[in-house]
Design a protein around this ligand. Structure first.
Ligand code: COA
Length: 190
């Protein structure tokens, strides 16, 4: 993630979690900081892999996320952005941009810990991933999701999955749910 650091600030007067954080991009060249309590977005590192597995596991169980092996997470760790709680440093949200071609990427593995949902982290992560996709010069990003309304709220439009043969080739053909898939394709032109 070459984009500028992004950090969050939880609304004043909130109790434990979640309050509505106000998320903004830190000025270029400054270190990310996290006024307490809040969450800061940063590129994932290999040391985050175990936390990513723990964070994603309940959503894999419900079928909201595809399973990712430890090998796959290590191999593609540079594609991930994480939200780190402050204080404590717990990884409370994550997401990634997978690149399929010079033009097409996919937002994948987007997950916010249940206690942190509804606080704006999903939006902040998605916006950071979109910035990342733009920085790579991609023309469009797709997502295959059971939560299309969330993506539509952030500017994505419904699409036909058959328009993305590279995605179908990479994941769908190997997925055990390929014949009973309830995921919807959405696309954002950048
Ligand atoms: C989907 C998910 C990432 C949203 O994260 P979040 O932090 O709760 O979302 P935010 O608080 O940033 O919400 C941003 C906006 O989207 C809306 N929104 C959030 N989840 C939504 C949903 N499931 N359907 C419709 N709108 C939704 C919010 O109401 C908010 O709208 P507002 O700005 O008008 O108030 C989170 O619920 C999650 O991790 N779900 C489980 C994993 C999953 O399904 N991931 C997506 C697979 S690709």
């Amino acid at each position: 993630m070459n984009a500028r650091p992004i950090f969050g600030e939880q609304g004043a007067g909130s109790g434990t979690l979640p309050g509505k954080p106000s998320l903004r991009i830190a000025p270029e060249g400054t270190a990310p900081r996290s006024p307490l309590p809040g969450a800061a977005l940063r590129p994932a590192v290999l040391a985050d892999v175990a936390s990513l597995e723990r964070l994603m596991s309940p959503f894999v169980a419900t079928g909201d996320l595809l399973p990712r092996s430890n090998y796959d997470l290590c191999r593609h760790i540079k594609e991930y952005v994480v939200a780190e709680a402050s204080p404590g440093g717990e990884i409370v949200a994550c997401g990634s941009v997978k690149i399929y071609s010079q033009h097409l990427g996919e937002v994948a593995g987007l997950a916010v810990k249940p206690e942190w949902q509804g606080a704006g982290l999903g939006r902040a992560l998605l916006e950071a991933l979109i910035l990342e996709a733009r920085a790579h010069g991609l023309n469009e990003v797709l997502a295959l999701t059971r939560k299309p309304a969330f993506f539509v709220k952030l500017g994505f439009a419904p699409a036909e999955r058959e328009h993305f043969p590279l995605k179908v080739w990479a994941d769908c053909n190997k997925c055990p749910r390929q014949n009973c898939c309830d995921e919807v394709a959405v696309i954002l032109r950048l």
